[in-house]
Unconditional design. Structure first.
Length: 337
């Protein structure tokens, strides 16, 4: 994603309103007339949108804000996917956003909507592995702070890294509180020049403070944004080296969990498919639960669509193996009584 610099709000209003249009075509914005001419030339939706955004000089965040003022919410990540051709608008609210984009970017009516092809296959099983990538609003519905932080850190598109393997080890102490997460990921670049990714960790509601990312291996910790009122931490992980197309790497880190009441579950949300996900929960031998189960949810859902009782072994641990994990929500919950 290109760097997004602050724009003059007065200029945004001028581009967005244009009350005196001479006809179906509008003169190109002054910064780059040649780009605007190319944007309205025949071509795909993504290319036309990309060229129009470049010609306007507006950042994706300013465009998102302008759409929000007009009653349509679209995340910066979604806008980035549209302009890169990773996804296309299909829902009614998204199509409304496209009509507003034509106005904001000074394009003729239907210059973008006429380029949209038929709807792509939707749903968990409609897409081939590693082609279904969800936006933040689908994975974390209502979590405006996460979207704002991703915009602030200029989050790279989700599809740049293919997740081959993720292994989470979560530790619960003798006081029945989660205190540590150890995470290991194996990833592969789907484009060239990938050098970083963002990770999200959120504490339990009763916890005081934010999770802290420590002990990064095979990489380093970049910028970190914390929101203590929400127990939220978003960290930027810098890989050991920029990855060329097809290159793979492994990185690991730990997360120190802030203190709070007894922990009753651990889960992970997926915006992209993962070839193999392993979740292990390790209990202190002095605090082994009486009951433990796995649960799965569709993206953004509050209701489980699958539950499975888990065996707690002699090592006082339980685990879940999820091959070909699709976007959604998976976790382990437990009870002591």
């Amino acid at each position: 994603m290109a760097a997004q610099q602050p724009q003059d709000s007065a200029r945004l209003r001028l581009v967005g309103l244009r009350p005196e249009r001479p006809g179906p075509s509008v003169p190109a914005p002054p910064p780059a007339p040649a780009h605007a001419g190319r944007a309205t030339a025949p071509g795909g939706f993504a290319d036309t949108l990309h060229l129009a955004i470049e010609a306007s000089g507006l950042s994706l965040d300013r465009i998102r804000a302008a759409l929000t003022q007009r009653g349509v919410r679209v995340s910066v990540t979604t806008l980035s996917y549209w302009r890169r051709g990773r996804s296309q608008p299909e829902r009614a609210s998204s199509l409304r956003a496209v009509h507003l984009l034509e106005e904001l970017l000074g394009l003729p009516h239907s210059a973008l909507t006429s380029l949209l092809g038929p709807p792509r296959p939707r749903g968990r099983w409609a897409a081939v592995a590693n082609t279904c990538h969800l936006g933040l609003e689908d994975v974390w519905p209502g979590e405006r702070q996460i979207a704002d932080i991703f915009a602030e850190l200029d989050a790279p598109p989700q599809g740049e890294l293919e997740r081959l393997s993720i292994h989470d080890s979560y530790y619960v102490d003798a006081e029945r509180r989660g205190n540590l997460l150890r995470m290991r990921q194996v990833v592969r670049a789907t484009v060239g020049g990938v050098g970083r990714c963002l990770v999200v960790h959120k504490a339990d509601e009763e916890a005081t403070g934010c999770p802290e990312i420590t002990s990064v291996r095979h990489g380093r910790l970049g910028r970190v944004r914390r929101r203590p009122e929400a127990g939220l931490t978003v960290g930027e992980l810098m890989l050991d080296r920029p990855l060329a197309l097809g290159d793979s790497t492994v990185f690991e880190y730990e997360v120190e969990i802030p203190p709070g009441g007894p922990t009753l579950e651990y889960s992970r949300r997926f915006a992209t498919p993962v070839r193999e996900y392993v979740l292990q929960v390790h209990f202190d031998p002095a605090a082994v639960p009486a009951h433990c189960e796995r649960y799965d949810r569709e993206p953004g859902a509050d209701v489980d669509h699958r539950r499975e009782q888990l065996w707690i072994g002699a090592s006082a641990s339980a685990h879940v193996l999820a091959p070909d994990q699709q976007p959604g929500h998976i976790g382990i919950r437990w009870e002591w009584q």
